[in-house]
Ligand binder design. Structure first.
Ligand SMILES: [Zn+2]
Length: 149
């Protein structure tokens, strides 16, 4: 964290960063949608209101900000300079909560993938990852398409 912000400004920034519909999540949603995948967003009935839920495939995508969710990368290793103890405890709790949620989802038969903010990469690499995790985008719709013809 650079120290060019006042503590109040920094809190506001952190709140904004934590919010839904962050840019990395938008990128993932846009690519997934273009590829033909259909999903539900922020399903509150599931642990952690997962960002993207693919009910037919029983798969879930979380798009995590590296700082907030404690990714093992440069951005995730940054430490807040003010109220250090408070933030570190909070970030530790975030990480523990993420692990609990993933375990709960896996226990109910959901396959979970986390896409980290720093791993978004290009549209092509993102698309390849989505295809690998989700499988062929058109498969679940084949029956529907045949009926329409
Ligand atoms: Zn990262």
């Amino acid at each position: 964290m650079t120290d060019t912000q006042t503590p109040a400004q920094r809190s506001a920034t952190m709140r904004a960063v934590r919010g839904k519909n962050t840019r990395p999540e938008w990128a993932v949603r846009k690519v997934a949608h273009r590829m033909g995948y259909r999903y539900r967003l922020h399903v509150r009935a599931l642990p952690g209101s997962p960002d993207l839920v693919f009910p037919i495939r029983r798969k879930i995508l979380f798009v995590h900000g590296c700082f907030w969710h404690g990714h093992d990368c440069r951005r995730g290793a940054r430490e807040p300079k003010s109220n250090r103890g408070y933030w570190l405890a909070k970030l530790r709790r975030n990480k523990a909560r993420d692990a609990d949620r993933c375990a709960a989802l896996a226990a109910s038969g959901w396959e979970v993938m986390i896409i980290w903010e720093c791993e978004i990469g290009t549209v092509e690499t993102l698309a390849a990852r989505l295809r690998q995790f989700l499988g062929d985008a058109r498969k679940p719709h084949i029956a529907l398409e045949l009926k329409e013809q």
